[in-house]
Design a protein around this ligand. Sequence first.
Ligand code: FES
Length: 132
Amino acid sequence: MTDKATIDLCENGPMIVNTAMVIDGKSVEPGAALCRCGQSANKPYCDGSHNTAGFEDAGAVEGATGDDGPVATLTVKLAQNGPILCSGPLTVRSADGSTTHAASRAALCRCGKSERKPFCDGTHGKVGFEAG
Ligand code: FES
């Protein structure tokens, strides 16, 4: 398989993972929407709570060079009360599609409070994020 693992950021909403992935050992079909606001009652998946929570994030990502490449399945681990840890070549794409960030690993914020969205900056610990 030669599909790239691409994660699309949604403005004021979730991230869409456009490839098959394995989350904590469970296979997940392409197209899963993962929570970025920290308010979903169905974490790590989006349940629409970003709308009522007033989550605001443009879904921007700094363009960067990286070592993305073909990958069949993205491997994802959920840090306890922390970020989404992705491994395998992947590309994170901004909500407007204008920039991408390619990497072999990424820690993506799911508490909604990082100053470096879409990436984790450790703020989850300061705000007492509980993934449930
Ligand atoms: S998960 Fe949001 S700052 Fe780490």
